[in-house]
Design a protein around this ligand. Structure first.
Ligand code: SF4
Length: 701
């Protein structure tokens, strides 16, 4: 009997907690938190503890599959890797020959470390079209922060040292538990104030000094009001504002109409609460705003919101200070996972690079993958040029993106679709070919995205379950078959290339486990901010050539009690979707019994008064409807939200006949309009109605 323990990182979600994987005779037998990991410090959640169930699951796909007799009819033939890869390579080359390289799109969902490899593959192939989820997860934060102060400030809250934590549409205990919860707890223990801005009373709101249940989609008005209160009461950091910002007088004028009274009308939060919270932020010695990766992106006001929050941090003197928003230096520099030295998109000929779909409407997103919402219309309307083939990695697109029916229509219109996933999903079901990937515990990788000033090794603990393969090997094999120049020949070579800035090969690095840079504060005092003026752009006049307004402007959601009163008569409740549950990651994990038992059904949080008016009992199945259709969901009485607001989770589909159509909330969400700058979709600002379930059928017993 052989036994070993492997120190690595969990990747069942983006926290990437340090874990110790216990292996016996080549199989995982246990998993524990790594107390030496600097962020998670021994924490693990349900998902990590269920890893054995996942990788040895009887339904796991372990052999490449080719669809038989037409896509989507549920008939598959198991084939060898060679055969599957030969077919994919041949089809992609055919597409390039006939339609141009740009007709091939590669997409990823939960990323699993893939974007850099995928992007490099596309660069070598000649297509500028990677598709990702960044417009709905992090992209608007990255862009809004960078435009304002030249670094991804809102991605880097220093919770641990903060005297005032603002959680804005962010529930770290559910979404980034291992990465952030320890720091939040540490600050609260030390007496930090806590402000929670969330339509729902999340558990942390119970401990908060201020819980501000903002009407979904009106956050920009709240942020502008905070700025108004702080400026009007002269609570801002005068020295910093004078020396390091541009456009303060324009900002002052711009926010003046957002009085607490007006803001209360817009946001449904009492004006005194708004004012008190603004004072708390400004009067604390340090304050940091932690934003939800999705929470501040699922809105058509995403760019303005992230700009406004970054400005709030700036004028209160909380940029690049301990306890504020920090400017970390990534150890791998330009070779970090989105670094241009790694993906080599910069090597594409200009004419080809300019074909990137997103550039047509969203020029500020050029460094990020194309949002899916710009890809679907390009497929369906064949413009600006045909999109004919797609490879989807770790991406259950049919449930992940808004307006699932439209997604299915687009995927079905492709000439060729291959999908790479552990289990069948509604998306794999309509693919031509499905490939079985290795789990994170079965492959080597490097992680630095969201890892502050660190890069970590993520060595494999066991060999893949036969015949599953590291996704990086899939790209290497395809590149070999297709004769692509500039792609790596081995996984080790790819990982070592990325590590060159720290002077180690992957073999050396995995012995060490991690590397970090020192944290420096107020680096702008040496070089200024990385903006066109070297100062924080309160008013970003340099956006004018793009037709983008200089100051963050509040706009009502496209569908709301105010902007669409007629629609509101038929759909009288405001719907916000996609709040996280720690037992799941997006649409994954519902097939894992030990996880499903914690949250078996999608539950609609509805205020008890509203439910009573509708005659809906706690626990009763109901229909939730928007003009796009209706889904089934179990009503759960919850007094932690406004009586005119309801919340529905995303990601349910597994385990019910036609669950994709019946339970999946994205059947009734819209993929338009999008944020005009960052393409944020309106997943959190909808109108809906709740109807009694008129059938006797009760899901899940
Ligand atoms: S929070 Fe849970 S799933 Fe996410 S990385 Fe940590 S242990 Fe894994």
């Amino acid at each position: 009997m052989s036994e070993k323990t492997v120190r690595t990182l969990c990747f069942e979600c983006h926290s990437r907690c340090g874990v110790l994987v216990e292996v016996r005779d080549g199989k995982i037998v246990g998993i524990k938190g790594d107390k030496e990991h600097p962020f998670s410090r021994g924490f693990t959640c349900f998902k990590a503890r269920a890893v054995k169930e996942m990788i040895y699951h009887p339904d796991r796909i372990t052999q490449p599959l080719v669809s038989l007799g037409g896509r989507g009819n549920g008939r598959w033939e198991e084939v060898s890797w060679d055969k599957a890869l030969d077919i994919i390579a041949e089809r992609l080359l055919q597409m390039r020959e006939k339609w141009g390289a740009e007709s091939v799109v590669m997409g990823q969902g939960t990323t699993r470390g893939l974007p850099p490899i995928q992007k490099r593959f596309l660069a070598c192939f000649g297509s500028p079209n990677m598709m990702g989820t960044q417009n709905m997860s992090g992209g608007p934060i990255f862009v809004g922060s960078n435009v304002t102060c030249g670094f991804a400030a809102l991605m880097n809250p220093d919770f641990a040292q903060s005297k005032c934590i603002v959680l804005w549409a962010h529930n770290p205990e559910a979404s980034l538990a291992g990465l952030e919860s320890n720091d939040v707890r540490q600050a609260l223990k030390g007496g930090a104030k806590l402000i929670v801005v969330d339509p729902r009373r999340i558990p942390l709101a119970e401990k908060a000094d201020h819980w501000l249940p903002v009407r979904p989609g009106t956050d920009v008005a709240l942020a502008l009001c905070f700025l108004n209160v702080i400026i009007r009461n002269e609570l801002y950091d005068k020295e910093f504002v004078e020396k390091w910002t541009e456009g303060f007088s324009e900002l002052r004028e711009h926010v003046a109409p957002f009085t607490p009274e007006r803001c209360a009308e817009i946001t449904w939060i009492p004006s005194e609460e708004i004012e008190r919270a603004a004072f708390s932020i400004a009067e604390s010695k340090s304050a940091c705003i932690g934003v939800g990766l999705a929470g501040v992106c699922h809105t058509t006001n995403a760019f303005a919101l992230n700009r406004a929050l970054c400005i709030l941090a700036a004028v209160t003197g909380n940029l690049e200070v301990p306890g504020g928003l920090v400017n970390f230096r990534i150890p791998t520099g330009d070779r970090w996972c989105y670094g241009e030295d790694f993906d080599l998109m910069k090597n594409l000929p200009e004419e080809q690079a300019n074909k990137m779909l997103v550039l047509q409407h969203y020029p500020l997103l050029s460094l990020l993958p194309n949002p899916a919402e710009v890809v679907w219309p390009a497929i369906l309307d064949a413009g600006p040029y045909p999109i004919k083939a797609m490879g989807l990695f770790a991406n259950n697109a049919m449930c992940a993106f808004a307006n699932s029916r439209k997604v299915k229509e687009a995927l079905s219109a492709l000439e060729f679709l291959f999908s790479v996933d552990y289990f069948h999903t509604p998306t794999t079901e309509i693919a031509d070919i499905v490939l079985p990937p290795a789990h994170w515990s079965e492959r080597d990788d490097i992680e630095e995205l969201l890892m502050r000033n660190y890069v970590f090794a993520q060595p494999k603990a066991v060999d893949p379950v036969p015949e599953c393969r590291d996704e990086k090997e899939i790209f290497i094999e395809l590149a070999n078959r297709m004769g692509l120049e500039g792609f790596w020949k081995t996984v080790e070579e790819a990982l070592s290339y990325r590590l060159e800035p720290i002077g180690m090969t992957y073999a050396e690095f995995k012995e060490v486990g991690s590397a970090c840079t020192s944290i420096e504060y107020k680096t702008y005092e040496k070089n200024g901010f990385a903006t066109p003026t070297g100062k924080v752009a309160l008013s970003a006049d340099f956006l004018a050539p793009y037709g983008i307004e200089a100051l963050p402007t509040y706009r009502e959601p496209a569908r709301s009690p105010v902007s669409t009163p007629e629609l509101h008569k038929d759909y009288p409740l405001v719907l916000t979707t996609g709040g996280r549950n720690i037992v799941y990651y997006h649409s994954a994990h519902r097939n894992i019994p030990s996880l499903r038992k914690h949250a078996p059904d999608p539950e609609l949080h509805i205020h008890p008064d509203t439910a009573r008016e509708l005659g809906i009992e706690d626990g009763e199945w109901v229909f939730l409807a928007t003009p796009l259709g209706r889904v089934e969901i179990r009503a759960r009485h919850f007094d932690g939200l406004h009586p005119r607001v309801v919340h529905a989770p995303h990601g349910y589909w597994y385990g019910e006949k036609d669950g994709w159509e019946r339970l999946n909330i994205n059947m009734i969400t819209y993929n338009e309009p999008l944020c005009p700058v960052t393409a944020g979709p309106p997943l959190k600002e909808l109108l809906c109605r709740v109807e009694k379930h008129r059938s006797d059928a009760i899901l899940n017993g």
